[in-house]
Design a protein around this ligand. Structure first.
Ligand code: FE2
Ligand code: FE2
Length: 349
C-alpha cells in the first residue's frame, strides 16, 4: 500500500520515536466533561473561536512567490523534513478533533472540537502547499486512512495535547520573533505567517487548560507523576529532533540548543496556568542529562546505519543508556507551582 504514495507521505506515515503520531481516545468518556467550574473563561474563549480572527490569514500574498529562493540541497532536505513533520502534527490534531466532534453529543465540547478542526485543517493545508512547491505534498487522505493510531486515555490526551499546543505556540513565536529581528535570515516566506498562526495554537492550548482545570483531580495526587512524565517526554523529543536539523537552524541564525531552552522557558511559564510542577530545564545537571540522552540516540542511529552483529550490541547499549538517562531526568528535582485562580493567559510573547 505504502508503495503507491510518494516519499513524503511514507515519511509522514512512519512510526518512530521522533515522528508525530495520530491519536485516538475513549470519546464517550469526554461526554462527561463539565466545564461549569470555568464557565466564564470558557465562554470568553468560545467567543474568540467564533470570531475567527484568522479566517483570512492562511492565504498567500503577492510577494510570497518573489520571496521564494533556491535553497542549498542540504538545507532544502532539512526544511522539507521539518515541513513534513509539521504537517503531520497539524493534521494529527485535525483528525483527532474531527473524530471527537463527529461522535460527541456534549454540545460545548463538540463545538470546541469543530473550531479546532477548522484551524488545524487550515494549518495543514497551508504547509502542504509549500510542500507541493517542492514537489512533495503529503497525501493527507492516505494518512487519515492508513496511519496507525496510538490509543491514549482521555487524561493523557489532555496533558499531551495541552503541551503540544503550547509548545507549538512557543516554537512558532520564538522563530517568528527571531526572524523579525533578523529578516535577512528568513530563507522562506512561510515564516512570516507564524505570528497569527501561533495565536491559534495558543488558543487551542487554552481550551485544554480549561478542560484540565475543570477537573481538579487531574492536577493532584499521583496524576502529578503523569504530568511530570509528559513534560519530560515532550521536551526530550523536541530536543533530540531539533538537533537533527543543524543546517536549518544555521540558515535561520539560531543555535538549536539555545532555541530549545528558550522554547522550554516559555512553555514552562505558560504551563504554570495548569501544572502544579515545572521541570528545572535551566539546571546545569538537567541540561547535561538531556545532552547525554541525545548523544545516545545519535550513537544508536549511527550503529543502525552501519548494520552488522556488532551494531546490534551497540544499539542495545545505547537503548539502555537512553532509558537510564530518561529515568535520571525524570528523577531530577522539579519546581512546585501554586495554580492561579484565573486560568487564562494572553499570548504575550
Ligand atoms: Fe495547528
Ligand atoms: Fe493546534
Amino acid at each position: 500500500m505504502t508503495t503507491q504514495v510518494n516519499e513524503a507521505t511514507q515519511t509522514a506515515n512512519q512510526e518512530t520515536l521522533l515522528t508525530p503520531r495520530f491519536y485516538t481516545t475513549d470519546i464517550s468518556a469526554l461526554e462527561k466533561i463539565d466545564i461549569s467550574p470555568v464557565q466564564a473563561e470558557w465562554d470568553q474563549m468560545m467567543s474568540e473561536f467564533e470570531g475567527d480572527n484568522n479566517v483570512d490569514h492562511f492565504v498567500r500574498d503577492e510577494s510570497f512567490h518573489e520571496e521564494v529562493q533556491p535553497l542549498d540541497p542540504h538545507l532544502e532536505k532539512e526544511f522539507v523534513d521539518f515541513l513534513i513533520s509539521s504537517v503531520t502534527s497539524e493534521y494529527s490534531g485535525c483528525v483527532l478533533y474531527g473524530k471527537i466532534a463527529e461522535q460527541m453529543e456534549n454540545p460545548e465540547i463538540r463545538k470546541l472540537m469543530e473550531y479546532m478542526r477548522r484551524d488545524e485543517a487550515r494549518h495543514a493545508g497551508f504547509i502542504n502547499r509549500t510542500l507541493k512547491d517542492f514537489g512533495v505534498a503529503v497525501d493527507l487522505g492516505f494518512l487519515k486512512r492508513e496511519k496507525k493510531e496510538t490509543f491514549f486515555k482521555p487524561k493523557y490526551i489532555y496533558y499531551a495535547t495541552y503541551l503540544s499546543e503550547k509548545i507549538g505556540y512557543a516554537r512558532y513565536i520564538t522563530i517568528f520573533r527571531h526572524l523579525e529581528r533578523n529578516p535577512e535570515k528568513r530563507f522562506h516566506p512561510i515564516f512570516r505567517w507564524f505570528h497569527r498562526w501561533c495565536n491559534d495554537e495558543f488558543r487551542h492550548g487554552e481550551a485544554f487548560a480549561l478542560i484540565i482545570r475543570s477537573q481538579p483531580e487531574l492536577t493532584r495526587g499521583y496524576n502529578r507523576l503523569w504530568i511530570r512524565f509528559f513534560l519530560l517526554a515532550v521536551y526530550a523529543t523536541m530536543y533530540v529532533r531539533d538537533h537533527t536539523r543543524p543546517e536549518m537552524f544555521e540558515a535561520m541564525g539560531l543555535d538549536p540548543t539555545d532555541y530549545d531552552f528558550e522554547v522550554f522557558r516559555i512553555t514552562t511559564e505558560i504551563s504554570k496556568q495548569v501544572f502544579p510542577i515545572t521541570l528545572a530545564t535551566d539546571a546545569p545537571h538537567f541540561r547535561e542529562l538531556l545532552e547525554k540522552l541525545r548523544q545516545a540516540k545519535v550513537s544508536m542511529d549511527a550503529a543502525k546505519e552501519r548494520g552488522g552483529i556488532g551494531s546490534y550490541f551497540t544499539r542495545a547499549g545505547c537503548a539502555l543508556s537512553m532509558s537510564v538517562t530518561f529515568v535520571r531526568l525524570y528523577c531530577h528535582p522539579v519546581e512546585k507551582n501554586e495554580l492561579p485562580e484565573q486560568v487564562r493567559l494572553a499570548a504575550s510573547w
